[in-house]
Write a protein that binds this ligand. Sequence first.
Ligand SMILES: [Zn+2]
Length: 360
Amino acid sequence: MPVNHSEPDSYRTTDEVDFTEIQYREIIRIAKARYEFSSFTEIPWGRRFVLWRHDVDFSLNRAMSLARIESEMGVFATYFFDLHSSYYNVLEREQSALVKSVLGLGHQVGIHFDTSFYDIRAEHDLGEFLLREREVFELLLGCSPAAFSFHNPTELELAWGEDSYAGLVNCYSRTLRSKVSYCSDSNGYWRHRRLIDVLSDGDEDGIHVLTHPEHWQIESLKPRERVSRSIYGRADRCMRLYDETLERSGRVNASDIPECILKLAREDPVTSGCLSHLWSSGLYWAVVVELLRQIEPVSLRISEPGFGTKQAEEPALDSVKRGVAAGLLEGEAFSNDTLKAWAVTLSEAVLARAPSWAKS
Ligand SMILES: [Zn+2]
């Protein structure tokens, strides 16, 4: 029985609960109990099967996390990578290693194909461009794609319904679309039924499951925040790569950001990773307030009379606190140089309170 596609397109609160790694494991457990995991090239027609597909739009790192979970649970999926993604580059050294690691866990690879990159308007051109990308995968990534999926498919592309082009299984072929039920998490929510319900009912002969790895995070988040976390996680990694490269080659890493703040950002990226970004953006007040928040619950105490006068053993810190209170409560303006100096005092105080890594 095909999945019911008549239900409305809406965002439900259950969508936040669903998109976590813990729930992902539960979904895999249910799928594995009821269905045979299948590749796109050897579909076991006549048996109950699931085609487990990942279109990787934003994050290879998230893809790797799901690939590990699937491997641990004894199932495999097909990962569709996009050579023209604006958010990752499979040909980068670290990212191409991730692709190989995903394959090394027993998963298969597909091409997530963006026709708009080539401005393909006719079906007879599709095979030629797919062949080019297939060769890139084979030559530069050392792997053989089994299938392809359209990125943001249009009505025109969905009408190109052959089973395969350029020797690659077409995920949106007429055959698959007519014979196999489909459940997708596009844009980070279930447009129709929840996947866990579809799998739990277990009344499909075959299911084609599409998920996007960046939407499956450790914590429960709304879709935009999941994508944001993937994008900024990647940006942080790029920044660390830059710092490490200069350090390794013994070059000067000239920066306006004080070493104590860089150290906090480097050693405790979860809490302080935002500091260097805020500083680079000129948001010095935000740096000061964030550091003060790390020292004490500023929102509770800042309006108390005498804020910043109770710890005589830290006069520099107390002076900053009095200044912050004057700025936030009385609207007193301060120069960027003053705010930067406060940030240094505060970050040194955070480091002094931090675990052993900070003092080394
Ligand atoms: Zn896509």
